[in-house]
Design a protein. Sequence first.
Length: 278
Amino acid sequence: MEILKGLPVANAINEKLIEEVKNLKGPLPRLAIIRVGERPDDCSYERGAVKKMEKVGFRCSTFAFPGDIDNDTFQAEFDKINNDDDIDGILLLRPLPKQLDERSIEERIDPRKDLDGISPMNLAKVFAGDETGYGPCTAEAVIEMLDFAGIDPKGRRATVVGRSLVIGKPVAMMLMKRNATVTVCHTKTADMAGTCKNAEILVAAAGCARMINKDFVAQDAVVIDVGINVDENGNLCGDVDFDDIQENASIATPVPGGVGSVTTSVLAKHLLKAAKAR
């Protein structure tokens, strides 16, 4: 089994961005990262995003708010950032605390600055196959990894495990746009293992540690693991039992070191696109 790591994919995207920035006129693109509270995974992703923006030469500002901020105050602060002409793109770290109206933020974010595809307009564009918008970065990172590995989804059977608007549904639409024949599995799917075993490309995005074992994986299937979980020993792991599938899969992505490594590079790619569109 070949291990498809994210770092070479991310580096290839970064190199293209660095070259494009050399010919960019006007101020360098600026990203606003909005974080509420101190959730460890939010802080970790924020550090990675800041580091990536610096690497490709973009500006990046973090707007951190206390976890107990009230809804009216947060929306007023969000509007200031959203309306700032010096900000080209926004990354909102989610989920937000329960006292905040996340749906309202999704509806008020400027779609031209919505780099992670949370607005209704950008999600609609993903479903319509309209590439003028921005899809969720993690979903797009899956496609970037397939492209890097030279895996054309055209005509192939692809199965996505998970139906969230963050990954499952968008990546299913992206695979369909590439002319794959797509099946989406979820918690109510009968015979999930049998359904997955029919797939030539299997994308695991269920959020359940190591649920995908060799019983789910066809011989020579390509397995992309989007899951990020913590196992009973406190170790980071994916939705795929990586060791168990090795005899079946032809290519698989690890966790950590797989899709997650590519996500911030896709974010940077979206930021440059937004800056150019202004």
